[in-house]
Design a protein around this ligand. Structure first.
Ligand code: UDP
Length: 192
């Protein structure tokens, strides 16, 4: 997979289609995967915060999420193939989950938002197995981590905003050989 470095982050440079195929392959092989969909805000924050930068560099894939990253690639004469957003990647993952009846866990957003997201996802992707969910305003991570450990989801989508979502994933990704992805405000869109 071709990579292009912008603000010291190795972004994947590929099409959404090729990336989706790769994720489908990794999911069916139950390979532990960490995806960061980095928009300009994340890239700049990572540039200024070495701990966060090192943490997101442990991801298997950092995708260029936003026109600002694409523009930066052009300006540096190292163009990226195309934009790969968190929302589009989550949609692709849910489609794959529906195709193979995979297990999905959703974490994040406000209680009423996650409820609506769950209802909408179950309606749109009836064959996907939703094994658990939790809103993003919890006191302790322990019960969430235990539920993920027990249910062993194929996909864990985390919408806590950055840097929280990536910190959560980096801390817990070994409890289940899942595909873990930080999805920012995607549940707010899916709940509508
Ligand atoms: N969020 C959450 N817990 C928190 C902070 C944020 O669940 O402690 C949720 C918030 O409700 C929203 C999502 O994280 O659904 C993304 O928030 P935001 O748009 O601020 O993050 P960004 O898109 O900039 O990563």
């Amino acid at each position: 997979l071709n990579k292009i470095t912008i603000l010291e982050l190795p972004f994947i440079s590929t099409t959404n289609q090729a990336f989706t195929q790769l994720l489908e392959q990794r999911l069916t092989r139950k390979q532990n995967t960490f995806i960061v969909t980095a928009n300009p805000e994340i890239a700049v924050y990572a540039y200024d915060h070495p701990d966060y930068r090192n943490l997101i560099k442990t991801a298997d894939y950092i995708t260029p999420d936003g026109i600002g990253i694409i523009k930066a690639g052009q300006m540096l004469n190292t163009p990226l193939v195309e934009r790969i957003t968190g929302f589009d990647t989550l949609t692709s993952l849910l489609e794959i989950a529906n195709k193979y009846s995979l297990k999905v866990y959703l974490l994040g957003a406000k209680p009423e938002i996650i409820q609506k997201t769950v209802t909408n996802i179950q309606q749109k992707y009836p064959k996907l197995k939703l094994v658990g969910y939790h809103d993003g305003y919890f006191q302790t991570e322990q019960p969430i981590m235990e539920q993920i450990t027990q249910t062993q989801p194929d996909i864990v989508a985390v919408a806590l905003g950055f840097p929280k979502q990536e910190e959560f994933i980096a801390k817990y990704r070994t409890v289940s050989p899942s595909t873990w992805i930080g999805v920012g405000g995607s549940f707010d869109v899916l709940s509508g």
